[in-house]
Design a protein around this ligand. Structure first.
Ligand code: TRP
Length: 457
């Protein structure tokens, strides 16, 4: 019930532990793998600006809403929504938003795990010195070979899924808190090092210009949708991951301040990744729009050519795998918590079932890069379709409903009490953003993509 003080799944040991866990969820492949390649595909600067605006105006208010709802409901997102609707005397259909989130979580994790698997394969490649002194062409062929091999990809996908479910089975609070404490600073230092290398490539300014000099003629409705979808993806919003983490948050923590720290750290990591990668792309005459292989085709060139590159390469891919792991667990935790609550089964058992299901779905992504590359939906491969469906449609839709719920369905008395902001003005700003601005933005972008505006023009 809403007035129960603790979740049956345990609590974070402190505010800092929550910051680490939520940052661990937010910072992942989205920042280092996805952000650079979609920025490349959508023309650079203008796309980055739209993404930053979406983080500020949609992402942060919704992140506050999710954390707040989780902490008040104290259960898995599906059950939290049920508790909160009862408390507000609203229609119980709201818990379907929780279901939408659980499904999105499975779908995202199914391909996330395959990409994390690539990162694991690259730990080995870095370790065995496959990059040292090699040309961009050779590095490209290493990536092409991996993509062409279902066996290698299935192997690493399996290793990653087992690791993820092992952490979740032990309860996300335990080991995670300790691991993320070293991981985040480590990743940060390595990114700074890569930026320093990028400065020596001779194309540093060209890279910066690509990322920060906006050319709005590059922007289409699809770019705006992708930027908005990515704001949800990178902050882990719209499917209940942050909500379930919020449900383990002790009562006395200030939600708004904490959220801004997490979103800030996440954005910084993404920008650093871009600043490191684009100069390498330009200096080696690579294609900015080359897609999901971008970091695997660029960073190894840096590691192959810089002093100490062997060590940094190994460290980088190890840290990337851990960053992916600390994100992956938050994708499945809402489903596992729900299973434990509703069926009273052991966490371990729930993990085996949910993990097995996700692993099987992941095979679709593996084969979409080779044997089934010809299987398409509206011109998109299985991987592309899953990515589009989840990041561009399901997350913004989930976020839309979460925003409306927090702003307009929950009683003001309750959200005010939970947020406990120092000033009423701040509360009013947040409430305006979640009630009107965020939902309206999602709605308008959706209409635009559906071509509704085209009909009138
Ligand atoms: N935010 C993570 C990343 O950028 C991915 C992720 C974890 C996620 N949990 C999520 C995305 C929940 C959407 C929803 O890599």
């Amino acid at each position: 019930m809403a007035d129960t003080n603790k979740s049956i799944h345990g609590e974070w040991s402190s505010r800092f532990a929550f910051i680490l866990a939520a940052t661990g969820s937010a910072v992942g492949l989205g920042n280092i793998w996805k952000f650079p390649y979609i920025t490349g595909e959508h023309g650079g600067g203008a796309f980055v600006i739209i993404y930053l605006l979406c983080v500020a105006a949609i992402g942060i208010p919704i992140m506050i809403a999710e954390t707040m709802m989780g902490r008040r409901g104290r259960q898995s997102p599906i059950n939290t929504l049920e508790v909160l609707t009862k408390e507000a005397g609203a229609n119980t259909n709201w818990h379907y938003v929780g279901w939408l989130g659980v499904i999105a979580g499975f779908l995202i994790l199914s391909y996330y795990s395959v990409i994390a698997g690539w990162s694991m394969a690259y730990v080995i490649k870095a370790f065995t010195g496959s990059f040292s002194g090699e040309s961009a062409a050779h590095i490209n062929s290493l990536f092409a070979d991996l993509q062409a091999s279902p066996v290698q990809q299935i192997f690493w996908h399996t290793v990653f899924m087992v690791a993820t479910m092992a952490v979740v089975a032990h309860g996300v609070q335990g080991g995670l808190e300790k691991a993320v404490r070293f991981l985040m600073p480590g990743l940060f230092i390595l990114l700074i090092l890569l930026v320093a290398y990028a400065m020596t490539t001779g194309a540093y300014l060209q890279g910066l210009e690509f990322m920060f000099k906006p050319d709005f003629s590059e922007i289409t409705g699809a770019s705006v949708l992708t930027a908005m979808g990515h704001a949800f993806f990178t902050l882990s919003l719209g499917m209940g991951a942050i909500m379930v983490y919020g449900s383990y948050l002790p009562k006395d923590v200030s939600i708004a301040k904490t959220t801004i720290i997490i979103a800030g750290a996440d954005t910084l990591v993404a920008l650093l990744a871009g600043i490191a990668i684009f100069p390498i792309v330009f200096a080696n005459g690579l294609e900015v729009g080359s897609g999901p292989g971008l970091i695997f085709q660029t960073l190894p060139i840096a590691f192959g050519n810089m002093a100490g590159g062997w060590l940094f390469g190994v460290l980088f891919f190890v840290l990337l795998v851990f960053a992916a792991l600390s994100s992956a667990i938050s994708l499945i935790e809402p489903a596992v918590a729900w299973c434990v609550e509703n069926y009273n089964i052991e966490r371990k058992k729930a993990c085996v079932i949910m993990g097995g299901f996700t692993w099987t779905l992941g095979l679709g992504t593996v084969f979409s890069f080779n044997n089934w590359s010809g299987v398409t939906f509206f011109g998109a491969t299985i991987f592309e379709a899953l990515d589009y469906l989840t990041a561009n449609l399901m997350l913004p839709l989930g976020g839309f409903f979460i925003a409306v719920f927090a702003g307009r369905i929950m009683l003001e008395k309750h959200s005010k009490e939970e947020l406990d902001l120092s000033s009423d003005d701040l509360y009013a700003i947040w409430k305006f953003l979640v009630s009107y601005v965020a939902p309206a933005e999602v709605f308008i972008v959706f209409l635009h993509v559906l071509g509704v505006f085209g009909i009138f023009s």
